[in-house]
Structures are given as C-alpha cells and as structure tokens.
Design a protein around this ligand. Structure first.
Ligand SMILES: Cc1ncc(C[n+]2csc(CCOP(=O)(O)OP(=O)(O)O)c2C)c(N)n1
Ligand SMILES: [Mg+2]
Length: 364
C-alpha cells in the first residue's frame, strides 16, 4: 500500500518545552532583537490579561476571555503581518490586536461593554473582535477575494479556535479559499477545549490541519508555544499569500491555561493533572530559559521588565477607568437608517434619561 504524501501533516517545532532547540535555528533567530521583543510582548500580554481578570472580579469589566498560555500565537501574529495586510481576529487575540494598533485601554473598553473600544482609526483595515463562532472565517475569505480581484500583494490572516473548525462556516470558507487560490492564512488556535468540550470529542480526525487538505490547501501543525516555529511558519504562509500562491491552514497546538472566560469554571470539567502538564509546556518560560542560555537575559533585566509591564498596564487601566460614560442613545443609533416608530419612542425616553443623568452628574 502506498501513502499519498499530500495527506501527511507535518509538525514543526524549534524550541521544546525545556527551552532547547530541536533543530538548527533559522537565520533571523540568530539575532536576539526579535526574540527579545517576543519575550517582552508575551510578558506584557500576561500582565494585561491578569489585570483584565482582576477588573472583572471587582465589577469593573464584563465577561472576558483570557489568553493565558496562548501568548506566543498572539505576539507572532502581531509582528509578522505587514501594515497593509488584513487581520481577521476572534475573541482570544487581544495582544495581537494591540500590536496591530489597538490601545490596551480599548481592549478593556470593549470587554467593559463599550463599543467605542473598536473605534480606533489607527487599527487600519483589520476587522474588529468576532464573538460568533467561525463567522469571521467567511469574512476573511471575502476580504481575500477582494484583494485577489484587485490584484494587490496583501495577505489576510484569520484566526479561530479548535471548536470553530467543526462549524460549516469554517469548512465552506476554506473550501472557497482553496478553489479560488485566495491570499489567506487560516490559523487555528487549538487550545484543546471549546468551553467544556475537549478536542477529542469535537472531531474524529487526528489533526485539525487536515481539514485544509480536504479543501486543497497546504496544511500543517506547529507548536503553538514556540515563537520560533510560529514565526517561521506563519511568515512563510503570509508570503505565499502575498505572492498569489494561495491559502494555508495552520493548526497551532496550544493550551488554554485559564477558564474559557471569566463566566466559566474549568475545574468542573478538567483535571488538575492535565493543567499541571500543560503548564510545563507554556510559551514564556521556555523562551526565557533559551534567552538565559544564550546570555541574552538575566535576573535584573527580568525585574526591570516586570516593573515596566506592571506600570504600562496600570496606565491603560487608569485610562480605561476614566472613560466618560457612554450615552444610552448609542443603543439606538447605528442599526437603522430610519428608526422604526417603536424604537424612536424608546430613543426619546432614553434621551430624557440621558439628560437627567447628565444634570445629576453636573450637580455633582
Ligand atoms: C455561533 C456561536 N455559537 C455558540 C457560541 C458560544 N460559544 C462561545 S465560545 C464557544 C467555544 C469555542 O471554542 P473554540 O472555537 O475552541 O475557541 P476557544 O474559546 O477555545 O478559543 C462557544 C460554543 C458562540 N459564541 N457563537
Ligand atoms: Mg478551543
């Protein structure tokens, strides 16, 4: 019996969980600057994430999806996209979005229920957070089709979770991207859980990457806790897209170390042993080990970075907490060109409530 090599799924890793190289390092990583940037951004990400959870716990933020353990995917996306590429994120991409131009205070605004968090013009053509599962994947295919029709050298990068790949939206979108050879990279953050549903019972296939092969798209797996492997694979896929060589599906193997969101309690459905094992593979420690070994990192640099990160995050929190109250009228203003009569009536009541609120505010 012969195996079809087109169906084999490669798994790429450079830096293992102990912070050791498992194959010769790529040329760009011989220099320290980008690796140090990745380390700093991941530390910053963890501080910002932890702060979001504390804000939620003290009633100052709404439901929030933590990126704990998925920092490597975030920082690599934030760095390898060109300015005029288009990032189509899902809800677990905070730091990638910040590195693309979103303010950390806007991340807090968004998850605090304030849509003005998505209104920063510096974010360019990237799409906003997407919470409905997998719908962003068809948006990404649509954006990539537009880029192809215009003959531009730009790529689209779309993220989604492992659970999202079970949805028709994902399969339909990658099918079209494959047949039309669209300039799009689909990056699956396989964090092993879709809320309380483990990867093993989401899909019978041994890998999620192989769904790409079904759509005629080159596909592979990468260690999602290894910034070197992620950088190599995602950059190469984006470059293929920009050069009109078609789409790629990348399954990044990670782990969701936190609860699904602040509304969840993962201790109800997963074991302490599994979590303890996953902590051994997390992305920050392994890069720290490696940088130490290379002589690029030490305790005093670490202390300085921790202090800087805490400071920077606190500034974002202060800015967020000083955000002026949103007008109740905003609930009505953006859905209809002309408001239906019933809603127009509610708007005038809301407007009165607004004015009373403002007066109360002025009185002090
Ligand atoms: C269309 C739709 N159905 C259901 C939900 C509820 N929901 C929110 S997150 C989630 C699980 C998604 O898991 P996965 O795709 O693995 O992403 P992860 O949250 O693990 O990053 C579900 C079912 C939703 N947001 N949208
Ligand atoms: Mg998941």
């Amino acid at each position: 019996m012969k195996r079809n090599p087109a169906c084999a799924i490669e798994y790429v890793q450079y830096l293992n969980e102990k912070g050791e190289l498992t194959q010769p390092i790529p040329k760009w990583a011989e220099q320290s600057n980008l690796l140090l940037r990745y380390y700093r951004e991941m530390v910053m990400a963890r501080h910002a994430d932890q702060k979001a959870i504390s804000l939620q716990r003290t009633g100052k933020l709404g439901t929030y999806p933590s990126i704990l353990g998925q920092e490597a995917i975030n920082v690599v996306i934030g760095s390898v996209l060109n300015k005029d590429d288009v990032f189509v994120p899902y809800y677990r991409d905070h730091t990638a979005m910040v590195m693309r131009g979103m303010k950390q205070a806007d991340v807090y605004r968004y998850w605090g229920g304030d849509e003005r968090g998505s209104a920063n013009p510096d974010v360019g053509k990237d799409l906003p957070y997407c919470v409905p599962i997998a719908t962003q994947v068809s948006h990404a295919t649509g954006v990539a089709a537009a880029i192809k029709i215009r003959g531009e050298q730009r790529a689209v990068l779309c993220t989604c979770g492992d659970g999202a790949t079970s949805k028709g939206d994902f399969l339909e979108a990658i099918n079209l991207a494959g047949v039309w050879q669209l300039p799009v990279v689909f990056l699956i953050n396989n964090n092993q859980w879709a809320i309380s549903v483990p990867r093993t019972i989401q899909c019978g296939a041994p890998t999620l990457a192989q769904k790409g092969i079904g759509a005629g798209i080159p596909a592979l797996q990468v260690d999602g806790n290894d910034v070197i492997a992620l950088h190599e694979i995602v950059s190469e896929a984006l470059q293929r897209a920009r050069l009109h060589k078609g789409a790629t599906v990348i399954e990044a193997i990670s782990y969701r170390l936190g609860d699904h969101t602040t509304a969840d309690d993962a201790t109800r459905y997963r074991t302490n042993e599994e979590l303890r094992d996953a902590w051994q593979r997390e992305p920050i420690k392994r890069l720290q080990h490696y940088l130490h070994q290379r002589g690029d990192w030490d305790e005093s640099k670490e202390q300085r970075l921790q202090a800087q990160a805490a400071d920077q995050v606190q500034q974002a929190v202060d800015e967020y907490l000083q955000t002026p109250q949103q007008s109740i009228n905003d609930l009505f203003l953006y859905h209809y060109e002309e408001l239906p009569a019933g809603l127009a009536e509610q708007l005038s009541e809301a407007d009165m409530a607004n004015q009373l609120q403002e007066k109360a505010g002025q009185r002090g």
